[in-house]
Design a binder for this molecule. Structure first.
Ligand code: MN
Length: 197
């Protein structure tokens, strides 16, 4: 697997929605620890030369937990752009409106999924192999990759993602995500589905 990639934006550039301290701790410490542990677990095993997403699809137990958390965090942090598009566009927007009635309703549905997830986990917007959009909750390190889905967007609802900035207010943290999520990146992930058919 590849090393943990460097973020394409400055750690203070998502503030005030996600603080520099949270980005530094969450990506620099939590995510790094998942990468370091995965690396130490795969050394000298059949997983050694596997891409990270294949490790996630083919492992279980402690290796799955760490590899999946490494993958999930890179996916999460690489959806942000302080200068990004704040609205989905084109065919992807029409698909959202057809599925959820409106972009607002998609956001509300993801927020409700995040609020009602008990304990630690992730809220996902994914597409199935036919391009149908689906929102799911994942506990702990669970991943849509193991369900045969293509992840498009995720919100980390582990407490470490929001406690420094929002204390116990998980819903406020989820609302704030929409100020830093780049819909052009999410839309590109959706469009890639059809290029790969
Ligand atoms: Mn996290």
């Amino acid at each position: 697997m590849n090393a943990q990639p460097k973020l394409p934006y400055a750690p203070d550039s998502l503030a005030p929605f996600i603080s520099e301290r949270t980005v530094s701790l969450h990506y620099g410490k939590h995510t790094k620890a998942y990468f370091d542990t995965t690396q130490s677990l795969i050394e000298g095993t059949e997983y050694q030369d596997m891409p990270l997403d294949d490790i996630v699809r083919n492992s279980s137990g402690i290796l799955f937990n760490n590899a999946s958390q490494a993958w999930n965090h890179v996916f999460y942090f690489f959806t942000f752009d302080p200068e990004g598009a704040r609205e989905p566009e084109g065919a992807f927007r029409r698909k959202i409106e057809e599925t959820f009635d409106s972009v607002e309703n998609l956001k509300e549905t993801m927020k409700e999924a995040g609020k009602s997830l008990f304990g630690s986990g992730w809220v996902w917007l994914s597409a199935d192999s036919r391009g149908k959009l689906i929102i799911t909750q994942g506990k702990n390190a669970e991943s849509p990759l193991t369900e045969g889905l293509t992840p498009l967007l995720t919100i980390d609802v582990w407490e470490h993602a929001y406690y420094l900035d929002y204390e116990n207010r998980r819903a406020d943290y989820i609302d704030a995500q929409w100020n830093v999520i780049d819909w052009a990146i999410v839309g590109q992930r959706y469009n890639n589905l059809f290029e790969n058919l």
